[in-house]
Design a protein around this ligand. Structure first.
Ligand code: SAM
Length: 249
């Protein structure tokens, strides 16, 4: 296993996640309208499909954030002056974005600890493998956890200034009440002087958005249908995904 992967802390055990999945699926599919929470998209197959989606030209969010971080990564990390700090990333993904914050710090021989928090162990394994190759001197401590328990653990165990990242317009995965609870959880995890960096989409023409969330290669459709397959695999359901069509609105 890669060096960084050995530094992985697991707060969300598979058993507990399976229980939460069962409760959410049962409640969500009994509700009207039916709903399934987006946090369950990211089993191993789902995390892989999401990485492929971020490389599609239609999925403009990734390229847009990459452009901002490439141009302004150094400016953002210099907000801590030349102090050592902890870079905490919520729902980290494959690392293609965060290196634009990590590289300028390491180039100045400053110390940095990177702490990605994600429920998907497989996403974190891909990420840490990539970082071991890209930045072998980086101190990486990955945390397999739900956002709130990961942040609480960091608050109790990690000292020094923190920059918390939440990219990809992920706030859009929450409804209004969930978004408020999430933001207040983040706030409680911060000390005076810490920073929160959030990436949010802007209003734009509807065709651009529809193309981003219903790509021509059908990867987003697969990503969504994989959630039904996950319910089949892990909860013993019998959805026939050939009977389902994917729409994005
Ligand atoms: C849409 S992806 C975003 C990845 C990356 N930040 C980006 O901008 O491309 C969301 C990531 O957050 C993780 N995630 C979703 N809900 C979560 C939760 N409640 N707690 C921890 N991780 C979560 C997923 O496993 C997934 O890796």
């Amino acid at each position: 296993m890669d060096r960084a992967c050995t530094d992985c802390l697991v707060l969300a055990e598979d058993q507990d996640e399976l229980k939460a999945f069962k409760v959410e699926v049962s409640a969500g599919l009994s509700a009207s309208p039916k709903r399934l929470h987006s946090r369950f998209f990211y089993d191993k197959t789902g995390s892989g499909l999401f990485s492929s989606i971020t490389r599609l030209p239609e999925y403009y969010l990734t390229n847009c954030e990459l452009e901002i971080l490439r141009k302004s990564g150094r400016k953002i990390t210099s907000l801590f002056g030349d102090r050592e700090f902890n870079l905490v990333e919520l729902g980290s993904g494959d690392g293609s974005k965060v290196i634009h914050l990590i590289d300028p710090v390491l180039a100045e021989n400053r110390r940095l600890t990177y702490l990605p928090i994600d429920l998907s162990a497989s996403a974190l394994e891909t990420l840490t493998g990539f970082l071991c190759r890209h930045s072998p001197n980086l101190d990486v401590r990955c945390i397999v956890a739900e956002y709130s328990s990961g942040l609480q653990w960091i608050k109790n165990h990690v000292h020094g200034p923190r920059m918390v990242l939440f990219l990809g317009s992920n706030l859009g995965n929450f409804d209004q009440a969930e978004a408020e609870t999430f933001l207040s959880t983040v706030r409680q995890g911060l000390e005076p002087g810490d920073l929160f960096v959030i990436g949010l989409d802007l209003r734009k023409d509807i065709e651009t958005m529809v193309r981003a969330y219903n790509d021509s290669e059908g990867l987003t459709a697969e990503f969504n249908l994989n959630l039904l397959r996950r319910i089949n695999r892990q909860l013993g359901a019998s959805f026939d995904t050939r009977e389902f069509r994917y729409y994005s609105t």
